[in-house]
Design a protein around this ligand. Structure first.
Ligand code: ZN
Length: 192
């Protein structure tokens, strides 16, 4: 069967625009959980930019997967829908960056730490960029009702996940380390 499935290489700019539009619509009613309640799409564009920079714009699959990385977890998008629209390579990366909601929250957190070293290179890049974006958000626009201890705990958990992702891109890892150290300093400053 030769459906005209999107192959992210024939027209990468078209695929990029389709993925951005798809993600923006799927997340249309969602906001980030920080005090600024940023539109969710800001998180997606940040993660996509980080992986695009890490791969010097040479891997459309990883950038498109970055735009879509939270659609399976947080919207009504299905695996089949993403596979149909964006191809098998993209949906595999998206699936790798999706938590299994049948697990408890604590199990999911531990699973992220355990699964990180076994992820594909593309999934490692997206997961790493996701953590950079999340720590930046946590520092600049933390959830209003989180005490400092809970924010610090989140930073430590992200650090533990990233330990299993290292080795894919030194610059992105350096950006994570900066987000971690600067973010913790900022949070402690806010609390002082
Ligand atoms: Zn995310």
């Amino acid at each position: 069967m030769s459906l005209p499935n999107a192959s992210p290489s024939s027209a990468p700019l078209l695929d990029f625009a389709r993925a951005l539009d798809f993600a923006a619509h799927k997340h249309i009613d969602q906001r980030r959980k920080g005090v600024r309640a940023e539109p969710y799409v800001n998180h997606l564009s940040e993660v996509a930019l980080l992986v695009a920079q890490a791969t010097e714009g040479k891997d459309p699959v990883v950038v498109i997967a970055a735009l879509l990385h939270d659609t399976l977890e947080d919207t009504d998008a299905s695996y089949e829908e993403i596979e149909q629209l964006f191809g098998a390579e993209v949906v595999q990366v998206v699936a790798e960056t999706t938590d299994d909601k049948r697990m408890s929250k604590a199990e999911r957190k531990q699973h992220q730490i355990d699964a990180a070293p076994h992820a594909s290179t593309r999934a490692k890049l997206v997961k790493l960029a996701d953590k950079v974006s999340n720590l930046r958000s946590m520092a600049h626009s933390p959830p209003a009702d989180w005490p400092l201890s809970r924010k610090v705990e989140y930073f430590e958990w992200a650090y533990a996940v990233v330990a299993g992702l290292r080795g894919v891109d030194a610059r992105l890892e350096a950006l994570f380390d900066r987000a971690y150290h600067d973010g913790l300093a900022e949070l402690r400053g806010q609390a002082a």
